[in-house]
Write a protein that binds this ligand. Structure first.
Ligand code: MG
Length: 400
């Protein structure tokens, strides 16, 4: 059964402010419309799309669609005055083989393949399905009079869900939705029409992140969200919990001709460490841990050791620079746990100074940093080097 998606962007969407419809707002490198088309077209089960936009925007939408439709057929048609008119004009552009039809709001660019897949499966089996999310607040039905609004009734919130898109329908049910839409007053979604036409509509799990961009604040939040994932290489998934962990590792061989620097602290009367920079393996491993947690790559990518600029570099300065990028991507430091494996120096006595130095570079309390020393215990391969392991926990900054 071929699945087609109608991407509905027929409205003017001016509640989000700005001089043009919100579907043309930029989210990172592409428009909101392109992001939504991309999300739907990238699902393998989707065979093709129909995009509905205001008549004036058809040409522009064709250019967007050509870039992100994953080589699937994607027609762009002009919409009508109401939502159901636009959906009907989209329906008229569907090919006969479209056996399951999904309608998705272009204003929900963060829809996932999982949500789309659940709607497709339930629509195939049950004829009609929507994605929806539970409410966590207590829900009041209101009475209003000239004095104001009053609680008339407290609704059972376990029976209440907020409808999202996509909404999916077997073709016969969808045809009934379109027919009823042409005869009826404004409907805010297609499921309402399917219900009125006598069909049972199954509810499947939506996604709280599949928000509808409606206001200027929604748009700003969406742009920030895309900026932080772009900074992370475009591949960082939305974390399930607002924290991320990173692992850092480094080892440098001892070089008695150099001075020893660990965590930015100069340690006299101890053999130094070989390396292109100052050889500060603690600073290097911490840098890799925080960059890794933020999905920003590694120290070798940011400060290549083939670049003369980093010859004898102050590695604590490199850590400061890297951590500024981590902060810019929307993260703060939770804590660091550092293990230094070496025969000398004795890390226990140095730990307070190292913690203070790293805390100043990361602008955090020394209590967020733990340093433990381990001796190689007669492991000969470890005697000639100093080895560092670090785990870093980052938390998402409140504004990200
Ligand atoms: Mg290193």
């Amino acid at each position: 059964m071929s699945v087609f998606v109608i991407v509905a962007a027929g409205g003017r969407g001016l509640r989000a402010g700005g001089s043009e419809p919100k579907q043309w707002a930029r989210l990172g490198t592409q428009t909101m419309l392109a992001t939504s088309i991309d999300a739907c077209a990238s699902v393998p089960a989707v065979a093709g799309l129909v995009v509905v936009v205001p008549a004036a925007d058809v040409e522009r939408a064709r250019q967007d669609a050509a870039r992100v439709s994953h080589d699937k057929p994607c027609r762009v048609v002009a919409g009508g005055p109401r939502r159901q008119d636009s959906v009907a004009l989209g329906a008229a552009a569907l090919p006969p083989e479209a056996a399951v039809v999904l309608v998705h709001d272009a204003a929900r660019p963060f829809v996932t393949a999982d949500v789309i897949g659940r709607v497709i499966a339930a629509a195939r089996t049950h004829g009609a399905a929507i994605a929806a999310v539970p409410v966590h607040d207590t829900v009041k039905l209101l009475d209003t009079d000239p004095a104001g609004a009053w609680c008339a009734e407290t609704l059972p919130r376990e029976r209440i869900q907020l409808a999202q898109t996509p909404q999916g329908f077997r073709r016969d049910v969808f045809d009934a939705v379109v027919t009823l839409g042409s005869e009826t007053a404004d409907a805010t979604d297609e499921a309402t029409l399917a219900e009125r036409a006598g069909h049972r509509v199954m509810v499947v799990a939506g996604d709280p992140a599949n928000v509808k961009i409606t206001t200027r604040a929604d748009l700003d939040a969406a742009a920030r969200r895309v900026a932080s994932t772009d900074a992370a290489g475009g591949a960082a998934p939305t974390p399930l919990v607002p924290m991320r962990v990173g692992l850092g590792y480094d080892s440098h061989r001892f070089d008695a001709t150099r001075a020893l620097t660990l965590g930015g602290v100069h340690i006299p009367d101890e053999p130094g460490l070989a390396g292109h920079s100052d050889g500060d393996a603690v600073a290097h491993a911490v840098t890799d841990a925080v960059l890794g947690a933020a999905g920003l790559g590694d120290i070798g990518g940011l400060f290549p050791d083939t670049d003369p600029a980093w010859k004898d570099a102050d590695s604590l300065g490199l850590l400061r620079d890297a951590f500024a990028r981590v902060r810019a991507a929307g993260y703060g430091l939770g804590n660091l746990d550092i293990v230094v494996v070496c025969t000398r120096p004795k890390i226990g006595a140095l730990a307070p100074a190292l913690r203070a130095s790293l805390a100043s570079a990361l602008d955090c309390s020394p209590s967020a940093i733990s340093i433990k020393g381990k001796t190689p215990e007669g492991t000969p391969s470890l005697d000639a080097a100093l080895v560092v392991h670090v785990v870093a926990l980052l938390t998402q900054a409140a504004s990200a």
